[in-house]
Design a protein around this ligand. Structure first.
Ligand code: XUL
Ligand code: CO
Length: 438
């Protein structure tokens, strides 16, 4: 049975190719700055968007036409596993990522739900063994079921907190079983609607307690995945506690969790927080917390999480520029397409085209970012701009040798002060030249 029309593996044909089913820029074996593109990018397919979702939106039913539509229950879950491994093979993508509730239906009790999960996890394990595909990360969906109406780890109901703990316990066990390289915490309902009924202090303390328990349990069972927090400012909660990278870092610092977590930075979440993707990546990177990325893009005209496939070369270039400067690059993380085809792109082949577009956009971004680094384009700009801190009074400030007395004495005799232009427009034009010409 084929779910994507018996397609051959997508191959690299180069930028002159007009074959819609070929890569124009992503050449997995091409070496860039000492590593292959495959190693730099570590692409992953997101199970929820490509196999679980069907194009439903708040105003209308699903539109997607899929080869698994005829099934339901566990048969549907099994068909989706087959479809997942078929797509990974077509795209030559090594990784995938899922929520527990993406892969298996909930039963009427937690026991039944866990049994369903066990069956599908073992099927996934067989497929991983047969194909060599790997799990970038798994996570627990603690936002769809109505029980999480007041949150999961930040709920007002202790019974729900316990249920959430049981759910994550199971997810950690499955992560270990499948050799997941990371484990993600995205707090879809971990936030609040109104302060009028919220004990924010208790909710945040409980979230920290929950995360410490998860760290302890992973250690207990020998699951050594990198733990990742995925910040998002809003949607579905009005205000989510993991608002952006900076907010999440200060939470981790306060509760002594920094050494256990890094960030899974998502492009569209950055937009919703009023930041660029590169801003969020940069904040994570300079704090040693850039772990992985959810690759997608938002629409600047819309205020919600549109999760489009990334095609904006400006953004992918600047994202890869951050990743290349991160120690170890993307490390154990990857470029996970947390992205969905538009509701009007309902054919199975659209899922293939969409991933090709995303992969080519990141591959191109990688090439341009590597060349920018090699030519020291922005490095020189920044070195030059901060040159005043390399010698004289600036070097004293950086070395901790200055104080208000010495700085006042210096300022009193330093007249006039001369500033240099930041050259923003010139730099942006050079960046455009690189994107076009590399
Ligand atoms: C929601 C989102 C999630 C997380 C995993 O906006 O990005 O799919 O990536 O829970
Ligand atoms: Co995401």
């Amino acid at each position: 049975m084929s779910y994507f029309g018996n397609l051959d593996k997508v191959k690299f044909e180069g930028k002159q190719s007009t074959n819609p089913l070929a890569f124009k820029f992503y050449n997995p074996d091409q070496v860039v700055l000492g590593k292959t593109m495959r190693e730099h990018l570590r692409f992953a397919v997101a199970y929820w968007h490509s196999f679980t979702a069907n194009g439903t939106d708040p105003f209308g039913a699903g539109t997607a036409i899929r080869g698994w539509d005829q099934y339901s229950g566990m048969d549907l879950a099994k068909a989706r596993v087959e479809a997942c491994f078929e797509l990974l093979n077509i795209l030559d993508v090594d990784y995938f990522a899922f929520h527990d509730r993406d892969i298996a239906p909930e039963g009427s009790t937690l026991q039944e739900t866990n049994q369903n999960l066990d069956v599908i996890v073992s099927l996934i394990k067989d497929n991983m063994k047969a194909t060599g595909k790997k799990l970038l990360w798994n996570t627990a969906n603690m936002f769809s079921n109505p029980r999480f109406v007041h949150g999961a780890a930040t709920t007002s109901n202790a019974d729900v907190f316990a249920y959430a703990a049981a759910q994550v316990k199971k997810a950690l066990e499955h992560g270990k079983e499948l050799g997941a390289e990371n484990y993600v915490f995205w707090g879809g309902r971990e936030g609040y609607e109104t302060l009028l009924n919220t004990d924010m202090g208790l909710e945040l303390d409980n979230l920290a307690r929950f995360l410490h328990m998860a760290v302890d349990y992973a250690k207990e069972i020998g699951f050594d995945a990198q733990f990742l927090i995925e910040p998002k400012p809003k949607e579905p909660s009005k205000h989510q506690y993991d608002f952006d990278v900076a907010t999440s870092l200060s939470f981790l610092q306060k509760y002594d969790l920094m050494k256990h977590f890094k960030m899974n930075v998502e492009a569209n979440h950055a937009t919703l927080a009023g930041h660029t993707f590169e801003h969020e990546l940069h904040v994570a990177r300079i704090n040693g917390a850039l772990g992985s990325i959810d690759a997608n893009q938002g629409d600047y005209l819309l205020g919600w999480d549109t999760d489009e496939f990334p095609t904006d070369l400006y953004s992918t270039t600047l994202a890869m520029y951050e990743i290349l400067q991160n120690e170890g690059g993307i490390g154990r993380g990857g470029v996970n397409f947390d992205a969905k085809v538009r509701r009007s792109s309902f054919d199975p082949i659209d899922v293939v085209y969409a991933h090709i577009a995303g992969m080519d956009s990141f591959a191109r971004g990688l090439q341009v970012a590597a060349k920018l680094l090699e030519d020291r384009v922005l490095t020189n700009v920044i070195d030059d701009r901060y040159a005043s801190f390399k010698s004289g009074i600036g070097a004293d400030i950086v070395a901790g040798k200055a104080n208000f007395h010495s700085l006042e004495a210096y300022a009193l005799q330093n007249n006039p002060i001369v500033n240099k232009s930041g050259r923003t427009e010139l730099i942006k034009n050079i960046l455009n030249q690189y994107i076009i010409n590399v």
